[in-house]
Structures are given as structure tokens and as C-alpha cells.
Design a protein around this ligand. Sequence first.
Ligand code: UGA
Length: 451
Amino acid sequence: MSVREPIGVIGTGYVGLVTAVGFAELGSDVVCVDIDANKIERLKAGEIPIYEPGLAELVEKNRSRLHFTTELSEALDRARLLFVAVGTPPTYSGDADLSAVHAVVGAMPPSETHALVMKSTVPVGTGEAIKRIFEEQGKGGFRYVSCPEFLKEGTAIADFLDPDRVVIGDEGGWAGDAVTELYRPVLSAENGGNARGALVRTDIKSAEMVKLASNAFLATKISFINEIANVCEETGADVVEVAKGMGLDDRIGPKFLKAGIGFGGSCFPKDVSALKQLAGNSGYHFQLLNAVIEVNELQKRRVIQKLQKHLGSLVGKRIALLGLAFKPETDDMREASSLVLSARLIADGADVVGYDPIAAEEAGKLLKGVELVESAEAAVAGADAVVLVTEWPEFKDLDLTAVAAVMRGKVFIDGRNLLDGPAATAAGLVYEGVGRGLAPQPETAQTPQTV
Ligand code: UGA
């Protein structure tokens, strides 16, 4: 096997760590740089700061190829390609905060032999701006490549090693070719690899836009199916059946058609608003994205209306939240629906108890006033209503008869359509999913009126 090119990775968050370990697995030596000395010490000691299935094992397996440091110079000495994977969180205006990216750009020395490879999600035009800054700072020899990342939390390793596509945006020269070579093993046979990945070699701006547009489109798909679900609740159709029927059309496809209580995470909310803002800044009003964002906000709040329909006032009601992370198989709480839901419930006077198999520690930092417990059973005990917020697989195995027996009330709102509705009803619960036909009415409304 030919010797693989060594690389540097700047930033050891989700994207940085997965990129580093992924390229190490493919055979490269990787110097991982982070300004957080504490994090680097933990990584050196073999501690992985995030929960991502398979990540710790793969880091351990590739330990000899992975080097952790706070010194950028170590990466510059050992590698010519420097992958940038620092955070680009939203600002108050909805624009992306590029301060961490600019700190990296500013720290680069003049060089004719290095390239920055942008993995962080950045607005279209960022590459052009960075190239201009390089010129102004006398570092015009530094090359620049846009190489957006499409991994999903929870399946990040598989997404890296078996991608649908690899997008590389550059302006010619050695750097884009070198990045392509690095990805070669995960590309399809027609691109010289032995996996599935299609290769998109394009210009920098188009590569930047592919990333934003992909996330915005997936978010649009979710808000669309959520609106269909809401109409299903009015009309008696079942959104799961509808999504199945729609998804079989291969122009639509079955993925990202799961109705629920809204999308969260560190990417969709941020990237949808960044694209909306980017369009607005250039004078274009992106109408559709406004609706996508609004539908997502309202979707989280519909749960409150469902609870009120069954329980009346929520003052003093005990509400159990099952699952707190923004999705299963992660401890990430960023923009999780549980944050909005718990805050609304508490504002309405409810007592909120929450359980998550993995995200409890992260949740504890962010959820104010929520009692966190160690098991689903402890959460539902004495609850007037349960809301299933995150579809962790273990909730599928809940003994619903036992749940109904220990609850004070019987209302069970399945925010992810995880459970079998008829089975839940048979177990004695007043079960309501999202978009699964006409919603059950509160008991009082079903009781025949006596005159
Ligand atoms: C997303 C994209 O899927 C990745 O391709 C992208 O690389 C990443 O953002 C990023 O930009 O870094 P991620 O945020 O990890 O990945 O999670 P997803 O699996 O996409 O889920 C996002 C949200 O959508 C979750 O809250 C999930 O519950 C929700 N969702 C997803 C639905 O409500 N319905 C669906 O059918 C699918």
C-alpha cells in the first residue's frame, strides 16, 4: 500500500475528531490541534469528550497515527494539508460566527507549500474572503480548498468511511488533487476507489453552497412532512402510511420523511438560518426557509396544546420527558426539542421530570428546573402525562401496561411515532402520536352529556 499523506486537523469537535480518526483509519498520520489544552490532555489520555458510537474504539485502534497538540506549528511541520473543523455557531443576527475560522486563518504563516481545507460549514463567499485575507497578509502562496462535511451524529464514522459523495471545491493546483487522493479509498470504482462515494470536483463557492443547500433541503423535507402530519391530524389520515406511499416514488425517496416534534441539533437550525441570512444579505428574500423555520418552531409547541387538550391547565401537573438529546445515539443537546418543550412546560406551571440514557450530563447543564432521573421507569412514575421526545431504541421496549399502572394520569404523547399506538391504547394509555389519524379526545369530551 502506498504511503498516505499526513494531515493536520484543527479543531477536535465532532467533525474534527471524526475526520482525524477517519483519515487515520485510511492510513494517514494525523496531527490534531486544539486551543483547549484540557481537551488535548484528555484526548492524549485516551478520553473521548463526545459520545459517538464507534469513535472511542477507532481512536484506540489508530492511536499510533493520531497526535494531539495545542501547537499549530507541529501540524505545519508534519503536514501540508490543514483541515479546519472549528465551530461556526449562529450569531444573534442568524449569520454564522466566523471568528474561530478567522483566528485559524490569522495564525497561518506565509507558505508556498500548505493549504487550508475547510470542513467547517461556512457561508458562500468565505473561501473567497479568506483568499483575499491571505493576499493582504502576504500569504498569497497558501492554497485553499472547500471540502464540506456531510456526516450525521450517531453514524458519523460510517458516514465518513462510506460517504454518498465527496465534494471538493478549489481553483486548480496541487491542493485539490491532494485532498482528492486522500479520499480516493472511499470513492466509487469509477473514481478509482473501492467504495460508494461519488466525487464532485467544483469551484469553491459551489462547494460551499452544496453544503448549505443540502442541509436546508433536508430541513425543508422534515418541515414539509410535519405539516402533512398536522393536516393528517385534522383529516384522519396516517402520516406514517402517507410517508411510506410518498417515499416509494424514487424522485422523493423514503428518508427524512419522519414526522415528529421538529428538527434540532447543531446543524439544521443554524444552517437554515445562515442560508436565509446569506440570501437576505445579498438582497434575496428566501421565502421558503422562513416557513421551514416557523413550522419547526410551531411543531415543538404543538405538544403543549396536546397536553392542554387532555389535562386542561398544566399548573402543578407532572410531565415526564423521555429522551432529551436532539436525536438518539448522541449526547448532543444543541437545539434539542426538549429545551423548548421543558421551558414552555415550566413557564406554564408544570413540574417537569426528564430521562435520557446518554445525554443526562449535558442536559443537566442546559435544562433549568427539570428534575433528571436515572431511568424511564422513574420518570413516568406519578406523571400526569409522558412525552416521548427522542426515539432512543430502549423506549420501544417499555412495558406500557406497567407504565400506565405507575402513572398518575394516562396521557402519552409520542413525539416521534416510535410506539405501536393500538398496543399503547390497549395497555390503558391515552396515546397520541404525530399525524396518526384523528387524535383521541379527552375523556370528558367522550362522556355522554347528561341533561
Ligand atoms: C445533519 C445532516 O443530516 C448531515 O448530513 C450534516 O453533515 C450535519 O447535519 C451537519 O451539517 O453537520 P445531524 O444534525 O447530525 O446531521 O442529524 P440528522 O440525523 O440529520 O437529524 C437532524 C434533526 O432532524 C434531528 O433533530 C432529527 O430528529 C430530525 N429529523 C430527521 C426528523 O425530525 N425527521 C426525519 O425524518 C429525520
